[in-house]
Design a binder for this molecule. Sequence first.
Ligand code: ADP
Length: 493
Amino acid sequence: MFNNSAEYLGKICDEVNHIKVHDHTCSLYETPEEQFSVITPFIRQGLLDNAKCIYVADENPVGEVIKRLSSAIPDIESYIAKGALVLLDKSKAYLEHGYFSPELMIEAIKILVSESKQQGYGNLRITGEMTWALSGEPGAERLMEYESRVNHLYESLDAMAICQYNISLFSPETIKHLLLTHPVIIYKGNFCRNFNYVTPEEYLRENDRYAEVNRTLEQILDVERREKALVEKNTELKDVNNRLNEEILMRKKTEEVLLKTLDELERSNQELQQFAYVASHDLQEPIRMISVYTRLLEKQFREKLDDRTSEFMFFIMDGAKRMHTLIQDLLAFSRVASRKDPFSPTDLNVVIADIMRDLQVTIADHNAIIEFDRLPVVIADPTQMRQLFQNLIQNAIKFRSNNAPVIRIEAEQDSGEYFFRVIDNGIGIEKDYHEKIFIIFQRLHDREEYPGTGIGLAICNKIVERHRGRIWVESEPGRGSAFCFTLKLNPED
Ligand code: ADP
């Protein structure tokens, strides 16, 4: 029901803004408050949109209308003064010629529209209080004929209208006709497209009972069709809803399976690490026994051994040595996860200086040059940083070309992470192997050519992953390699 709250008036305002040029609207109301809750925003919006507004007063004196409108249009007097808003009474409008004539009214509206266009207005907004028709004025009996015929007029003009009918004053019969002659109704604060509306041709076909029956039947059909369409839409919506619910359920299940798999993966990963550690740790002793006793055998029977047996003894010793190295590397690999130190500020300049001191013999032997500008202090595991850079530098020397190794270490700070490159001028790597080399035991050369177990880069990968970074290589055979990796500025965030 009508109330005076700002929220309700705001809602009506929105509804009234649905009225557009060409609309012939009927506003039905009972009280002046209800009446002006519709008309005030209609006029106000018109004035703001550069429309010419005409108000025909009758139920309220002109002064009262101005007072009511001015509550939302404080500068109303200036609009009246410049002619943007014109207030008239019935004698200057519907009864200008002393009697009411639909033909004369239609002509008058046409002239008004063209005059307002000439005056520079965008369109015309007309509204009239229709109580004048209740006092038996000559020609008033043709009002409904006019209300119907005027529809074609508004279709063809840049104009719109609201006819104001106080429903407590007009007879139900008249209101029934209003509903047949106005395509748009404003009722109880709602803008409604009126499905009772009939075209002027149909409306004006006098005494045509068949036409009325047809109309009623069409309306029954129309309502039925709308209801069916609504039911269909509703069913469709229910279907969509059901499908969505199923989808949500499926996703939830997938998520549960995923979480379980992740859990199992985590556990099996831990078990594997434990296994690698225990296996490599416990294998050290038997290998040591093989080496020690083979050496003892060799010492004791040196004179008695023929060449062939000596060769076999050498193979046993060599095998044991290789197995020892392999076990050491495997242990180092499993320790990335099992023997980790907490992250702390780690000065990489110190780390590289330490590595260079440890590798000074190798560096000197191969005339290697290691270049770097000032490197950052990173939040990381210091031991693992040392292992990471040492593996990369050692590889750069090991996989050198015919030129003396030149190794350049570069660092950049990006948003949220550091970006490092360890660049060498070595033999380079074919594209097909760029990813494989980071997998444990993957090597591209045989042992005789380049010694190694194929674990170094797998360790690097694990260390970088633990610091929530990525590692990759950019390289071409014969053109050196750049091992690139990122480290989070704060890996514990
Ligand atoms: P390893 O050095 O014990 O073979 P890595 O895991 O350190 O094991 O390296 C794997 C393989 O990647 C190496 O065998 C080599 O073929 C290739 N590789 C690593 N670093 C370089 C490099 N700087 N230049 C060319 N090839 C490299």
